[in-house]
Design a protein around this ligand. Structure first.
Ligand code: NAP
Length: 296
């Protein structure tokens, strides 16, 4: 079997690559630069290409039976996704697994959700075998906040207090691997959630417990997050994410009991908890800090 991971060098694609290792599958990641392959396992090869020119990807796509597709956020997300789905079909691939997002009716306010719906429609109409994954807000979004959490004792993501059933990317990746390699997933759309609806204050409190230092929630000021915390994101992406956080604050994003069964049914266990994730990551961050201090 052969699988091309589109968005393979990103957080989600990389986790999917790890979940697929050791199964005798030929794996490759599409990337615009070989320099971005540093986090990938050695056995995953790089295929150079750019989603903004899907027609140029025909030869690459023709080498693979299946494609795992992550679309990059931004004004061209829908066009890139739809173009790629067309190219996948034309190249003769058999299957696509698309990484979408949960589907509350916020598409008008949040362009990246509208783009996901457009790509989902193209996937369903493609004539390919397909599976759509809709993961909640990932635990791993916190990894980019290390300086704020570990250094300044601030939890910066404006998650609000309505509760969000955040999920671990490793769980998402295991479901993706099952959908790519197993049976019974064709034509299915899976909402993927973690076990606990978490507020910003609860997430900060978990970091405080495991980091052994004060960590306070920065609060619900989305504009302040967009101005400072959105870091290097392009302006349109930062503004779409800011709107997403406003919607999350207003409505929350809770798992239904039926959604929570999906992980159990596919992976054979419950979804990982945020508590366990924060414990593991805190341990690593503290160890790195000790090594840096010892070397200084
Ligand atoms: N984070 C969350 O909580 C969450 C939850 C649900 C859904 N999502 C969705 O997940 C997606 C982001 O995934 P991620 O966090 O894994 O991404 P990421 O870490 O930001 O990585 C982006 C990936 O997209 C690739 N890419 C970007 N522009 C490209 C282009 N023009 N041509 C080819 N490849 C391109 C990059 O490849 P190179 O740079 O190597 O070329 C890289 O592999 C978004 O659609 C987001 O809405 C995220």
């Amino acid at each position: 079997m052969s699988i091309l991971l589109v968005g393979g060098t990103g957080i989600i694609g990389c986790a999917v690559a790890h979940a697929l290792l050791g199964r005798g599958i030929e794996l490759a990641a599409l990337t615009r630069s070989r320099d971005n392959m540093s986090g990938m396992p050695f056995s995953v090869s790089a295929r150079l290409g750019d989603l903004s020119r899907p027609d140029s990807l025909n030869d690459t796509l023709a080498d693979f039976e299946s494609v795992f597709l992550v679309t990059p956020e931004g004004p061209d997300e829908a066009a890139m996704g739809v173009g790629l789905v067309k190219a996948i079909k034309q190249a003769g691939c058999k299957q696509v697994v698309y990484l979408s997002a949960p589907a509350p009716a916020w598409g008008n306010e949040v362009p990246m959700l509208a783009a996901k719906r457009t790509v989902e429609d193209a996937v369903r109409d493609s004539g390919l075998r397909w599976t759509i994954l809709r993961p909640n807000h990932l635990f791993q979004n916190d990894l980019a906040c290390r300086d704020a959490i570990a250094g300044r004792g601030i939890y910066p993501l404006p998650l609000g207090d309505a509760g969000i059933s955040r999920v671990d990317v490793r769980d998402v990746a295991e479901v993706a691997a099952a959908a790519l390699t197993g049976t019974g997933h064709n034509g299915k759309t899976y909402r993927l959630d973690g076990p606990d609806p978490l507020t910003g204050r609860e997430v900060a409190a978990a970091w405080k417990r495991h980091m052994g230092r004060s960590v306070v929630y920065a609060g619900d000021d989305v504009s302040a997050w967009a101005a400072q915390g959105a870091g290097d994101l392009p302006a349109e992406v930062a503004s779409a994410q800011a709107e997403y956080y406003r919607q999350l604050q207003r409505h929350g994003l809770h798992a239904d009991p039926a959604d929570l069964k999906i992980m159990q049914e596919i992976v054979g266990r419950s979804a990982r908890s945020f508590e366990g994730f924060a414990a593991q990551v805190s341990h690593t961050w503290q160890q790195v800090a000790r090594e840096v201090a010892a070397g200084a």
